[in-house]
Design a protein around this ligand. Sequence first.
Ligand SMILES: [Zn+2]
Length: 246
Amino acid sequence: MKLTQHIYLVGGGRLGLGLSHESDCHIYLVDGGEALALIDTGSGLDTPWLLRNIAAEGFDPHRIARIFLTHPHIDHAGGAAYFQQTFGAEVVCSAEVALSLASGDEEPTGLAECKRLGWYPEAYRVPACPVAHPVSGGERFQVGELTLSVISAPGHCLGHMAYLLEEGGSRQLFSGDAVFAFGRVLLEYLPGADMWQYRQTMVALAKLEIRGIFPGHGGFSVEYGQDFVKAAAEKMVHAHVPGNLF
Ligand SMILES: [Zn+2]
């Protein structure tokens, strides 16, 4: 589904538009011309479905040069190993994500708790995905003719990153689970959540002067991103909790 000149929605499950496996977050494809990128990979539980969506938009997945992971939660990062191993895509993520993907430790990813809650099958294992050079924020990456910047955005969990795309004079924010349409946030009782870091993140995001916001779940907006992030930040700086996504 084409959202802007260079951004496509190619996946998203029960908490999205029902385009791919029910456990998948929104998965965005960035078309940089000679190279493609994905923002998050979904859970990896039905990657063939995702590949069919990518092909249906006219893209060859072999051109996916980079995978940008927002955070270690499995609905976002579980499919990373597949794209790394199958297409040789470089995985861009924080040290915290890299550690959990390399070790298979299910606590920081929230997977252990999610299994206890019955959200994922007990047999589900995250395939190992070694990442040589984790990012910490401030890095810039080329995807063909486009540039994506890394923004450290902890709070929802440790090691959460957002990604900013410069597109036709506008800034488009891939916000993961940090902030959503209508200024909602996602505070969960999972390992690594931190309300004070979340507040600092939101204040920083509100200074970016974005246009579109493309979060990990729920709605997205090609126009009113700045209003939504500002609304969440204003709540937090007054010590109030914005509306939660769930
Ligand atoms: Zn999450």
